[in-house]
Design a protein around this ligand. Structure first.
Ligand code: SF4
Ligand code: SF4
Length: 98
């Protein structure tokens, strides 16, 4: 029997437990002006958790509570315009393996 090697990403993400820090956002945009002039806005697509969204005024919104701490936004923003850090101690996510 061939083992199914494909993984359902949504299923995997739904098994992650989040300990949300309601008082501190560990992701920050350095300059909103840089974002307004960023034509392609790749952050809207490279984040696996859909953390970056666009509001009706073209401003980038950050839903940091859903961050999977993959670090992609450290290297994915072409203008190095995202300040990325880990959540504070005791917060963030807990992966379930197996
Ligand atoms: S990719 Fe970087 S500069 Fe462009 S919109 Fe996103 S955060 Fe802003
Ligand atoms: S670290 Fe990963 S999951 Fe978190 S905001 Fe950046 S790209 Fe998204």
């Amino acid at each position: 029997m061939v083992k199914d090697i494909y993984v359902n990403i949504d299923e995997k993400i739904s098994s992650v437990k989040f300990f949300v820090d309601e008082e501190y956002c560990h992701l920050k945009i350095k300059s909103e002006e840089v974002c307004l002039n960023c034509e392609r806005k790749p952050c809207l697509s490279f984040c696996p958790a859909g953390v970056y969204r666009l509001d009706s005024n073209g401003k980038i919104l950050i839903n940091y509570q859903a961050c999977l701490e993959c670090g992609s936004c450290r290297v994915g923003c072409p203008f190095n315009n995202i300040l990325w850090d880990y959540p504070r101690g005791g917060f963030g996510l807990n992966y379930k393996f197996g």
